[in-house]
Design a protein around this ligand. Structure first.
Ligand code: 4NP
Length: 140
């Protein structure tokens, strides 16, 4: 799960996907990363932690890190929150195999950055949850 800062959207996406996959008994390993390095080493934004907590998901122990090329080797799917994240990740792909792992979490929709608007965290949670349900239905 990749967004820009790895403090708002992708930590939610990691927590939600892991929660839903675990609930279905899927042995999936989910992680998240950002394409920007401002918050590396920090925990998620407190608004994301609170929103996830209200839905029974604890994301408080996640630590922000940068997306790295080795993620193409470590993971089968790399899901971007918006088109800017998508193109930043694709710019790091070494070959077509890397590039083929990359897509938007939502098929034809972006997950907007909620960083500057507290009210967007709940709708962003719901959008990500919708995308995770669809992904699990497709790949489980
Ligand atoms: P995120 O939100 O990409 O959903 O984690 C952002 C968080 C921080 C910044 C940008 C986006 N920032 O510029 O610090």
């Amino acid at each position: 799960m990749v967004c820009l800062g790895n403090i708002c959207r992708s930590p939610l996406a990691e927590g939600i996907m892991q929660h839903l996959a675990d609930k279905q008994g899927l042995n999936w390993e989910i992680d998240s990363a950002g394409t920007g390095d401002w918050h590396v080493g920090q925990g998620p934004d407190r608004r994301s932690v609170r929103t996830a907590g209200e839905h029974g998901i604890d994301i408080s122990r996640q630590i922000c890190r940068l997306f790295r090329r080795s993620d193409f080797d470590e993971f089968d799917h790399i899901l971007a929150m918006d088109r800017s994240n998508l193109s930043n990740i694709l710019a790091m792909a070494r070959n077509a195999n890397d590039a083929n792992k990359v897509s938007l979490l939502l098929v034809d929709q972006i997950v907007p950055d909620p960083y500057h608007d507290d009210r967007q965290f709940e709708p962003v949670f719901n959008l990500i949850e919708e995308g995770c349900h669809a992904f699990i239905d497709r790949y489980k």
